[in-house]
Design a protein around this ligand. Structure first.
Ligand code: S3P
Length: 431
C-alpha cells in the first residue's frame, strides 16, 4: 500500500548526460526469488530489485516458511525444496500483480489453503486469467466478484494441462509453468503472442528442463530445482525513462552500465533507434541465459512512429513513457492493440491522456490505445501518478521539456519498481 502521497516538482532541463547504473530487473528478481524458494540449496542473488514489489514477493515467501537475508542488494535465499510451510497469515502482495499471479502457480501445488490480498489497485485487477488454468490443473481458487483479489487457494496434487492462453501475459504463462512443476505429466502452454521469457530462462538456470518452440513452452512435473548464484541484470523498463529523457535532447550523452537486453524485452532499443536516438552497445555478455550489456545513447532527431501487435506485448511496460514523450516527436506516435494497459496498476491509457491534456497536449484516446500528434509544446501543470509507478516516472520525463515546473502528486509511487529513480534523474539532468 502506498501510504503517503508525496508531490514532486520537476523543473525543465536543458540536457541529459552521465552514467546510470540500474537496479536489478523487477521481472527477473521475482522469478529468481520464487524459484530460489522452491529449489534445494542456498541461492545468492546480487543486484536484486530494490523495488517495493519484489519486497512483497520476499515477504510472502517469508510467511511461507522461506528463510532469506538481505544485505544491500544481495539476497540470500534458503530453498525449501518443493514444499512451503502453511502460512498463519494472509499473504499481502501489495501493489504487485507479478507476486499474486506467479505465486498462485506455486501455491496451487501446495497441500494447504492460502489467501492472497493486495492494495486497492491490485484488488481491481483481473485474476480469472490465472484462476482458470490453475483450476483446470486441479487447484480450487475462490476470488472476489469478477475474479479479483483476494484469492483463496486450496492447492494439492496437480495434473498437467495443455493450455492455449487467450491473453498474452507473461505472468499467466509463468504461473502455469510454475504449477507445472507440481503436476503429474507434461504441461504445455501456448501464447497468442510471444511475451517475455524470463521464467523459461530462470527455470533452466535453476536446473529444470524446459522445451520451447515458437509460441509454446513445455515443462514436465516432478523436476527438482537447484540453487543458483546470479547477478540480476539491470531493469530495462527502468532504463526506458532515461533513454526517453536522452531522446528529448539533441546534445544528450548517456551510458547505461548494466542493461538487461533480453530479446523479448529489448525492442525498445530498436524502436528508439528508429525514432532517432543514436544507440550503441559497447559490451555484451550472457548470465544464466539473460543478455546484459553496456549501452550508450546520444540524442539526435526525435521522430514518431506506430506501435502495434506484436510489438505492443514486447513494449507493454514502456508504452506509458513512449506516449508521454510523443508530443515532442516530429510526427507523432500512434499506439494500437494495447487494451491490456487499461488493467495495469492504473488504467494507463486514461492516465497518460489525462496528464498530457493537463500539460496542454492534444491527444486522442481510443479503447485500445492513443493517437498523439507530434510537434506540440507542453506547459508545466499539476498532474497525478494515479498511484502508478510508471505513470509517475513517465511524466517526470515529459516535464523535462515542458515550459515551467510540473508537480506530480503521488510521485512516491516510483518506489514500486525504482526507489532511486528521482535521485538518478537529478544526477543526469542539467538545468
Ligand atoms: C510482467 C509481465 C507483464 C508486465 C509486468 C511484469 C512479468 O504483465 O506488464 O510489469 O514480470 O511477467 P502481464 O503478464 O500481465 O502482461
Amino acid at each position: 500500500m502506498i501510504s503517503e502521497r508525496a508531490t514532486r516538482v520537476i523543473s525543465p532541463a536543458t540536457n541529459v548526460s552521465g552514467t546510470v547504473r540500474l537496479p536489478g530487473d523487477k521481472s527477473i528478481s521475482h522469478r529468481y526469488a520464487m524459484l530460489g524458494a522452491i529449489a534445494e540449496g542456498t541461492s545468492a542473488l546480487e543486484n536484486f530489485s530494490t523495488g517495493a514489489d519484489c519486497g512483497s514477493t520476499l515477504r510472502c515467501l517469508r510467511a511461507l516458511g522461506v528463510n532469506w537475508t538481505r544485505e544491500n542488494n544481495r539476497v540470500v535465499i534458503h530453498g525449501r525444496g518443493s514444499k512451503f510451510q502453511e502460512p498463519t497469515q494472509i499473504l499481502d502482495c501489495g501493489n504487485s500483480g507479478s507476486t499474486i499471479r506467479m505465486l498462485s502457480g506455486i501455491l496451487a501445488g501446495q497441500e494447504f489453503l492460502s489467501e492472497l490480498t493486495g492494495d486497492a489497485s491490485l484488488s481491481r485487477r483481473p485474476m480469472a486469467r490465472v484462476i482458470k488454468p490453475l483450476e483446470m490443473m486441479g487447484a480450487k481458487i475462490a476470488a472476489s466478484d469478477g475474479g479479483r483479489p483476494p484469492l483463496r487457494i486450496t492447492g494439492g496434487r496437480l495434473r498437467a494441462i495443455d493450455y492455449i492462453m487467450p491473453v498474452a501475459s507473461a505472468q499467466v504463462k509463468s504461473a502455469i509453468l510454475f504449477a507445472g512443476l507440481f503436476a503429474d505429466g507434461e504441461t504445455r502452454v501456448e501464447e497468442p503472442i510471444r511475451t517475455r521469457d524470463h521464467s523459461e530462462l530462470a527455470l533452466r538456470a535453476f536446473g529444470a528442463e524446459i522445451k520451447q518452440a515458437r509460441n509454446e513452452v513445455r515443462v514436465a512435473g516432478g523436476q527438482k530445482l537447484h540453487a543458483v548464484e546470479a547477478t540480476v541484470p539491470g531493469d530495462l523498463s527502468g532504463a526506458a525513462f532515461f533513454l526517453c529523457a536522452a531522446a528529448l535532447f539533441p546534445g544528450s550523452q548517456l551510458t547505461i552500465s548494466n542493461l538487461g537486453m533480453n530479446p523479448t524485452r529489448s525492442f525498445l532499443l530498436d524502436l528508439l533507434a528508429g525514432m532517432g536516438l543514436r544507440i550503441s552497445v559497447t559490451q555484451i555478455e550472457e548470465i544464466h541465459g539473460e543478455l546484459v550489456g553496456v549501452v550508450q545513447a546520444a540524442g539526435g532527431e526525435l521522430r514518431g512512429g506506430t506501435i502495434q501487435t506484436p510489438q505492443t506485448a514486447m513494449l507493454i511496460d514502456e508504452i506509458p513513457v513512449l506516449a508521454a514523450i510523443a508530443p515532442y516527436t516530429t510526427n507523432g506516435v500512434e499506439i494500437r492493440d494495447a487494451r491490456e494497459l487499461r488493467v495495469k496498476e492504473s488504467d494507463r491509457i486514461a492516465a497518460v491522456a489525462t496528464n498530457l491534456r493537463a500539460m496542454g497536449a492534444e491527444v486522442e484516446e481510443r479503447e485500445d490505445g492513443l493517437q498523439i500528434p507530434g510537434g506540440q509544446k507542453l506547459h508545466g501543470a499539476e498532474i497525478d501518478s494515479f498511484d502508478d509507478h510508471r505513470i509517475a516516472m513517465a511524466f517526470a520525463v515529459t516535464a523535462l521539456r515542458a515550459d515551467g515546473p510540473t508537480s506530480i502528486r503521488g510521485a512516491d509511487a516510483a518506489v514500486i519498481s525504482y526507489p532511486e529513480f528521482f535521485a538518478t534523474l537529478d544526477s543526469v539532468t542539467t538545468r
